[in-house]
Write a protein of this length. Structure first.
Length: 732
């Protein structure tokens, strides 16, 4: 189905099942521990051997020698794979560093060997006997040190220029010129990267944990230099991804190589201490923001430049993209600067671009609003725009940013905020409120599905879409139920199998809208097949309560399949509506914090997000996405940081003890409000993404609340005690 013009009324608008707060249909499997994760396919595969990954002990240089002799003699060892003995490998397009390094080492903990043994413990013990001699080379590991030398944008990412920023900024009555930093961050999903591989002749089956089945399949085939038709990928349950599992990673490749070498299934789970340096991470940024306004606080000039680093061939963190769209202003400049660093690869992590960019921009807005003497909620409303400020011919498909701000302010009791910092005390706590915008673009891409109807009226959906903990199973089931007019209980949803039609996958918050739109397209075809089979008028037929009603006749839906299952397959193909209109999602984030007057300890007291993100397909799962994202935002503001050893070139705190994330006790009452926001331009579902929106801006709202509480303006995330203490007011 082509989607070229805005959606008109369709069966989804009934919202009998869609948009209802249904429980997750995979909930019982998850809560009883019976969902089968990548490392757990015990029933399916026997005689499995275990792999243990050895990561490089240097960041840059070469391996002079790997001595595996002692390890090969260790109990239970079946084989040891290195780049030297696995034979030639191809390379996919999506990773910068190779997944099995050697002799050249491109980053710390790059996989250099897999020890395969009868048991995991034997593999681990033997790995300790492998001796590696390296020749270390000097590398560049400091973004701050590299920054002065990086003054121009990457060739394929020119600056975005509108009007004349420099002149307008110089003439502005109110000016802000400030620099903000965000650290490297790790996804550290609950389930580490894990895979099990088995070969039957030329055919490879991979059980893995991956957000994008089709990418994984293609990249694995390319790396093994085999036909992708010979690769079957399963990933029906995923214990978190956050972007770390968008790509083929070492666990999958090494499991496949190990299984091929010993002609026996092999499973590999990346050991937790390897995750931070072996896989990708969100790269650190240094962001320079300048904003000028007139006397009334209207933005006349805005510039945002962001520096990040990556391995040679890697991409920049696109931290300036929201600054092109979020606020009005005639004179604008945004640009990316990319330093070559020898740290592990930087890549997508939940809301790549905006998550880091909004951390900086939304403090800057707080600062300029204060300079202009305007309330930060009012400042944002004053500078709202209904057109794309970089191209004033182009409108937003739907933009309810002002409503997010107004409703949030009212609900949160914003009028009770004291504009002067450090005025409100509650015992030993200094109390403050902060606000930030939420903004994340809405991306659409082709997505396909297959639907079957059987004689009992059961509808089965098959698509290679994944559920990374987001609720895909449930909203896909709800979509098919709505379209076919059956209860949700009568829908079977099967995901995460490369034998199924290729979906858009889980990434960039496009999954919910695009994958359900693909299911919508397939169901439109199935409805046609049903009416044809039943001899009913397709244009007037109504699908409701397990029946099809048309021309005064009422027929049980299952009757259409009485001679055999009916099957339909289609995909949603998006035209250029996303070019004609700017499609984005919006939020208002409101936070109240308490800061200990003596220790600088920050406690979150209340959090509220008001979101305008298209039709909400399931308010229960969507709310879970947003509160999870708000929690992640709390981590970004207060805790999360991969500490870089700038001499040796690695992330030091590569475990869950040293890399701190929020836990239950850190998180207060969180409230989420969704505005009515049908967007017919986004898809026939009129939905948009919400899982990343919930993160974008939260951290800055916390930073702004800390400022309001204490008068301490910290521009380097995370806002830890050491940065606050020096700025705290004298003990009263
Ligand atoms: Mo997302 S960072 O594209 O999984």
């Amino acid at each position: 189905m082509k989607f070229n013009k805005p959606a008109s009324d369709n069966p989804i608008d009934r919202q009998k099942v869609v948009s209802q707060p249904r429980d997750r249909i995979d909930g019982p499997l998850k809560t009883t521990g019976t969902a089968t994760y990548a490392y757990e396919w015990h029933q399916e595969v026997e005689n499995v051997a275990y792999g243990f990954v050895i990561g490089a002990g240097i960041a840059k240089g070469t391996i002079e020698n790997i001595d595996t002799a002692a390890a090969r003699q260790a109990p239970g060892v079946l084989t040891i794979l290195t780049a030297e003995n696995v034979g030639p490998l191809g390379k996919g397009e999506m990773n910068t560093a190779t997944l099995l390094g050697g002799p050249t080492i491109e980053h710390y903990h790059q996989a250099i060997a897999l020890v395969v043994a009868q048991t995991f413990e034997q593999a681990r013990a033997a790995a300790g006997l492998v001796r590696v001699a390296y020749r270390r080379e000097a590398g560049d590991y400091s973004l701050a040190a590299a920054k002065p030398h990086v003054t121009t944008p990457p060739e394929d990412t020119p600056d975005s220029v509108t009007g004349d920023f420099a002149t307008a900024f110089a003439a502005a009555e109110v000016q802000l010129d400030a620099t903000y930093t965000t650290p490297d961050q790790s996804h550290i999903a609950m389930e580490p990267h894990a895979s099990m591989a088995a070969w039957e002749g030329e055919k490879l089956t991979l059980w893995t944990s991956n957000q994008m089945i089709a990418w994984c399949r293609k990249e694995l085939a390319a790396t093994l230099q085999i036909d992708k038709e010979n690769v079957r990928v399963y990933s029906p349950y995923i214990g978190g991804g956050f972007g770390s599992k968008l790509f083929l990673r070492a666990d999958a490749l090494l499991a496949a190589l190990g299984a091929r070498a010993i002609q026996r299934p092999v499973k590999v789970m990346l050991q937790r201490p390897l995750v931070a340096n072996n896989t990708t991470h969100r790269p650190a940024t240094i962001q320079h923001i300048r904003i000028g306004t007139d006397r009334q606080g209207r933005i006349t000039a805005i510039a945002h430049e962001s520096w990040s680093g990556n391995l040679p061939g890697g991409t920049p963190e696109t931290a300036v993209q929201q600054t092109n769209y979020l606020y009005a202003g005639a004179n604008r400049l945004t640009g990316l600067r990319l330093a070559e660093l020898d740290l592990p690869e930087g890549n997508a992590m939940r809301a790549p671009g905006e998550a880091a960019g909004m951390l900086a921009l939304e403090i800057a807005i707080d600062e300029i609003a204060e300079k202009a003497g305007i309330d930060p909620v009012e400042f944002r409303i004053l500078n709202d725009t209904q057109v794309d400020p970089t191209n004033r011919e182009r409108f937003f498909s739907r933009r309810q940013f002002v409503a997010c701000m107004r409703q949030g302010a009212e609900r949160f009791g914003w009028s009770r905020r004291c504009a002067t910092p450090a005025q409100v005390r509650d015992g030993r706590w200094l109390v403050g409120m902060g606000v930030a915008a939420g903004f994340r673009n809405n991306i659409v891409s082709e997505s396909a599905a297959r639907v079957h109807l059987d004689a009992n009226g059961v509808v089965t959906v098959e698509t290679d879409m994944t559920d990374i903990g987001t609720g895909s199973y449930t909203i896909i089931g709800q979509t098919a139920a709505e379209m076919m007019g059956v209860p949700l209980e009568q829908v079977v949803v099967r995901l995460g199998d490369s034998d199924f039609p290729v979906s858009a996958g889980s990434g960039g918050q496009w999954g919910a809208n695009t994958s359900t739109a693909g299911v919508y397209a397939a169901c439109v075809k199935l409805r046609d097949a049903v009416t044809k089979k039943l001899g009913l008028d397709p244009d007037t037929a109504e699908f409701s309560d397990g029946k099809v009603i048309a021309q005064g006749r009422t027929v049980a839906l299952g009757d259409a399949a009485r001679d055999g299952t009916l099957t339909a397959e289609d995909s949603i193909e998006f035209g250029d509506l996303d070019k004609q209109f700017q499609q984005s999602t919006f939020a208002g984030h409101f936070v109240e914090v308490g800061v200990d007057i003596a220790t600088g300890e920050v406690r979150l007291r209340r959090m509220l997000a008001v979101c305008a993100a298209g039709r909400i397909l399931n308010p229960k799962t969507a709310r879970s996405q947003v509160i999870g994202a708000m929690t992640m935002g709390a981590g970004a503001a207060l805790m999360e940081e991969l500490a870089v050893d700038t001499r040796q070139g690695f992330f030091v705190n590569h475990d869950m003890v040293g890399y701190e994330v929020p836990v239950h006790a850190d998180i207060p009452d969180q409230e989420v409000i969704f505005l009515d926001d049908l967007d017919p331009v986004s898809s026939p579902m009129k939905a948009k993404g919400v899982g990343e929106l919930g993160l974008c801006g939260v951290g800055a709202a916390i930073a702004n609340a800390i400022y309001n509480a204490t008068g301490a303006r910290v521009r380097e995330y995370p806002i830890t005690l050491d940065k606050l203490l020096a700025q705290l007011p004298e003990l009263a």
